[in-house]
Design a protein around this ligand. Sequence first.
Ligand code: CP
Length: 304
Amino acid sequence: LRHLISLENLPAAEMLRLLDRAESLRQEWFANRRKLDLLHGRTVVNLFFEPSTRTRTSFDLAAKRLGADVINFDIASSSTSKGESLVDTLHTLEAMHCDAFVVRHKENGTAEFLARHVRSAAAVINAGDGNNAHPTQGLLDAYTIRRHRPDFSALTVLICGDILHSRVARSDIHALRTLGVGTLRVCAPANLLPAQTELPGCEIVEDFDTALGGADVVIMLRLQKERMQHAQVPSEQAYYARYGLDARRLRLARPDCLVMHPGPINREVEIASAVADGAQSCILEQVGNGVFVRMAVLAELLGT
Ligand code: CP
């Protein structure tokens, strides 16, 4: 693996190798609680042009736990504010011998664009581009499910919410299809659902109560109002009434159904607090798993 831009064409064997590596790094971390020196002397740059709590912090921690130096590039105070282009910024940082660029940007295709312009051996990792892809989130979601339910072929996984604007949904679908999930189902209001061609291998069910039937895992998504046009923005109360996951609705799924959400969550908009904080919720576990998955990605891409 040279860069990690999308999960769309990543073979199952490569995904499984990353998930296995995340598991062994997790075990090593909990056994010793010591930094490793796998990336000693390497530098990882976090280039976040959009806000982030989980992804940015976990890449920072992941790189440090592997012994790398980390630059959290401050976009606002950088020379990008004087008009320096993305490519010139990349080449400037490469001239300082940085080894990996973790990139988040509102425009689809930014990470791929930078990967095409890299001149050194540095790796580019997509930390989310527009509504296109968020590959490390897809991997950490698959990793979290696998820790609870290792036989993917037996599972029904439901993804519910603003699928249209969600890079997480796209990466989750690519990961879970490749890894052989039995039934992959999506549920969204009609105006927040992409074309069927963007949902390969998915059942589409518009009624949330119906969609929950038989679900082993439900992944809830927030309304991405920042990516919506005015007419697409639903009233939060009306949305919650039809698509909010509350305790009554959760009982329509299998009794041990896992509840997931990539975060940030909007309580009482797409998910009730009682469910987000309840016994079936894996939401904070996903956050913790993100560090081990990102350690695995950095270790693999930087060739150690
Ligand atoms: N899941 C996710 O990408 O969260 P952040 O936006 O906080 O990184």
